[in-house]
Design a protein around this ligand. Structure first.
Ligand SMILES: *[C@@H]1O[C@H](CO)[C@@H](O)[C@H](O)[C@H]1NC(C)=O
Ligand SMILES: *[C@@H]1O[C@H](CO)[C@@H](O)[C@H](O)[C@H]1NC(C)=O
Length: 751
């Protein structure tokens, strides 16, 4: 191949020629007359050389001039040609690495007839190898070796031994194709064998010193010879870590400052260790030889395997404000390569003071209090203390105003605000606050549970209100069993007793909290009007009540099941309470009405005063221009007298009197308009009373022929008017005449 250098080429050629000369042997046992050898031809042999003839076909039957040789098959007449005498020639350079053997067929034919002289025979041409290829590596290669491995340990790929192998395309049956390996550097630490396996040349490679090696491996063919081709590759060898370094403390003393209110389980400090090993291989163990500290602290490890202290118990500055102890670190290592550093360290924990809220003597107070007892002394006060060294005074308070107890702010003594009734509330829960008695003092809270203790303060009540007796019931019939209930928990046995003896019923106390009602005498009838109401005294040993039991009279069927009962009269009576309520309502309404009236009157008075002052408002009178009973009403009015009076001409001038009392038509609309205006005023009167009221308005209609009847108007002119004519009208008008005849003085009058 073209890569081969000229200097080496001459030598190769000589070697091939030698081979051609020596290796002649009969290889065919063909029964024909072919007698010839396997032919060899040199790889990369130049063409057009006298030595191009590389072999000769031979057949015993061959007669020079008469016969001729011919070839067929792979490369026949192209790469390889033959002359008549059987001399083989090469026309092209051959590359063994492409094709190493050519298979052909040889013929011997008559020159003239072209007929086969002998049977054709197969033969082959072998291309002889020359070293024209260099070894080739498959890399890149990465290997691993554990640190501290013994001498001769094998460098591995991931798990198997790493083989740094090169291949050579040349014939491996010759030295051309064989490869030898050599390390070009790193031979202090590694060696390589003939299979490309790398082993350590020393013990105790230390990752902490050198974690990676780059070594160059050379592969060369023609082993052992100075000539040949070579190639190199780089192999990266990583030294893997083992735990071969002891953990030691970075410092000899660690000081931590911790607030006393630090929560349990929180981290309070870290003691850092030094260890050159990789984190995953570090395995320090921390020890504190101090029982108190071991109670107080727990030591855990962080990711870097440093020791981290966690609080196991709450701190208290007032008890201990400083802890000092020694912490040790040990480690089981595979092989110790470095021994130095501190395996113990002094740790000081300084507890700092924090203003803490008061602490109650109990987590919760459970206090019992008797019902219906007031005032009541609570034996146990609520107590709290400031845990700080300064020991501030504490003030107690209960914020919830619904709490039935109050607390003395200084002594913490509880007292009842009111009587308690167990039957209303059995238990009260109140929160007590304790606060340091300074501005912005710390607070704590505690629950106080008040359990109300029962006393027998309620009378028992019958469980039924009515019972029935059948018409058919005979004497001695049991009507029912009476039971009672009581709101109290603590009761004696209920006892029952008739308040008044009855001629019809008897009650037997069973001495077990029940009583049996029995019929004394039968003959009850639904037709009878009588009501049967029993009054029964029920006691619980201390409290007694008078209970009413109504006995209904019923018609019953044979099984003593009632079918019809005489309806009892419902009590129409109203209770005293209801009566009082109703009375109160009435009084309230009355007071409101009186107030309203007074107010109205006051407003009117002011209006009148104002009117008098301005002179604009006049007293008004409505003229009820009432028409009398018509023609029939002769008893009411004697029209003829009125008429005659008119004819007299003594009445006021103008239209007739009769016409005057007629209702004027125009007046109707006028009146309606006035009412509208008044209604409107009332509607928009903001000072007025908001609810419906009856307004009374005086209105003097216009157009009255009689003129204004207003006393205001008339009083001024009354004197000038002469009503004497009224006396002339006869006895019927005497009263009028008396009224208007003011000028008449006693003795002076006509009557
Ligand atoms: C007993 O029953 C009879 C018949 O119903 C009745 O007339 C009488 O008034 C009852 N006596 C009493 C004390 O209720
Ligand atoms: C009470 O005594 C009566 C009569 O002795 C009996 O019938 C009843 O079952 C007793 N009741 C109870 C609750 O013991």
């Amino acid at each position: 191949m073209m890569t081969v250098c000229g200097g080496a080429w001459g030598l190769q050629l000589i070697a091939v020629a030698l081979l051609l000369g020596v290796g002649e042997a009969v290889t065919s046992s063909d029964p024909t007359s072919w007698n010839w050898r396997t032919l060899y031809v040199g790889e990369e042999k130049p063409v057009g050389d006298p030595l191009d003839q590389f072999g000769t076909l031979k057949n015993a039957k061959f007669i020079r001039g008469k016969h001729m040789f011919k070839i067929a098959g792979e490369g026949a007449n192209t790469i390889f040609t033959v002359n008549d005498q059987g001399d083989m020639f090469l026309n092209l350079k051959l590359d063994r690495e492409k094709k190493a053997t050519y298979h052909l067929t040889a013929k011997l034919v008559d020159k003239q007839s072209n007929v086969d002289v002998d049977k054709p025979s197969n033969f082959s041409i072998q291309v002889q190898d020359i070293n024209d290829n260099a070894p080739v590596f498959g890399g890149p290669y990465t290997g691993f070796i554990q640190e501290m491995s013994p001498k001769g340990a094998t460098v591995t790929a991931t798990s198997n031994a790493l083989a740094v192998k090169a291949t050579d395309a040349d014939d491996t049956s010759t030295v051309n194709g064989l490869v030898e390996y050599k390390l070009l550097n790193g031979t202090d630490f590694f060696k390589i064998d003939g299979n490309g396996i790398i082993t350590t040349n020393v013990a105790n490679l230390d990752r902490e010193t050198t974690s990676q090696y780059q070594i160059v491996v050379q592969a060369k063919d023609m082993p052992g010879q100075a000539i040949g081709f070579s190639t190199t590759t780089t192999v990266t060898i990583n030294v893997t870590d083992i735990n071969d370094n002891l953990s030691t403390f970075k410092k000899t003393q660690y000081i931590f400052s911790v607030r006393e209110d630090m929560k349990v389980e929180s981290e309070i400090g870290t003691v850092e260790v030094e260890d050159a090993d990789e984190e995953k291989n570090k395995n320090p163990k921390f020890q504190i030889e101090n029982a108190v500290i071991n109670e107080l602290l727990e030591i855990k490890q962080d990711k870097q395997k440093n020791g981290v202290f966690f609080l196991k118990q709450p701190l208290d500055y007032e008890t201990t404000n400083r802890y000092a102890f020694t912490v040790f670190v040990t480690e089981d290592i595979v092989k110790n390569s470095h021994v130095n550093g501190n395996n113990k360290a002094e740790v000081v924990i300084k507890v700092t003071d924090v203003d803490e809220p008061p602490v109650f003597t109990k987590r919760e107070y459970n206090i019992s209090v008797p019902e219906e007892k007031f005032p009541h002394e609570f034996p146990e006060p609520i107590n709290a203390k400031d845990p700080d060294r300064i020991n501030r005074p504490i003030r107690f308070s209960i914020e919830d105003i619904s709490c039935p107890v109050q607390i003395d702010p200084v002594s913490g003594k509880l007292s009842l605000k009111e009587k308690l009734d167990r039957e209303l509330t059995r238990e009260h829960r109140c929160q007590v606050t304790a606060e340091e008695d300074i501005q912005g003092g710390k607070k704590s809270y505690v629950m106080v549970n008040l359990v109300v203790i029962d006393i027998n303060d309620n009378a028992p009540k019958l469980n039924i209100e009515e019972i029935y007796v059948c018409e058919s019931d005979k004497r001695g019939q049991v009507l029912g069993t009476l039971t009672a209930t009581d709101k109290d928990e603590t009761n004696g046995v209920f006892t029952f007793m008739l308040a008044r003896q009855s001629s019809n019923f008897s009650l037997l106390d069973n001495k077990n909290g029940t009583a049996t009602l029995t019929l004394k005498e039968g003959r009850f009838n639904t037709e009878d009007s009588g009501e049967h109401l029993l009054e029964i005294k029920v006691t619980d040993g201390k409290q007694q009540s008078l209970e009413r039991l109504r006995v209904l009279v019923c018609q019953c069927n044979s099984g003593r099941t009632r079918e019809y009962c005489k309806p009892h009269r419902r009590q129409v009576g109203v209770s005293v309470h209801a009566l009082i309520t109703i009375l109160l309502c009435i009084v309230t309404i009355l007071v409101i009405v009186i107030l309203l009236v007074l107010r109205q009157r006051y407003r009117k008075d002011t209006l009148v005063t104002m009117g008098k002052m301005s002179g604009e408002i006049h007293e008004q009178l409505v003229t009820y221009d009432e028409e009398g009973g018509g023609e029939m009403d002769t008893n009411g009015y004697d029209v003829s007298i009125l008429t005659s009076a008119r004819h007299d001409g003594s009445l006021l001038p103008g239209p007739g009197l009769y016409a005057m009392v007629k209702k004027p038509q125009a007046c109707k609309g006028d009146m309606a308009a006035m009412i509208e205006v008044k209604k409107d005023e009332a509607d928009h009167d903001r000072d007025g009373i908001p609810y419906d009221t009856l307004h009374i308005y005086g209105y003097e209609g216009p157009g009255s022929l009689a003129g204004s009847l207003s006393s205001l108007g008339s009083s001024s002119s009354g004197d000038s008017l002469d009503y004497d004519f009224l006396n002339d009208w006869g006895p019927r008008f005497r009263t009028l005449a008396e009224l208007y005849g003011v000028d008449c003085y006693p003795g002076d009058c006509p009557y």
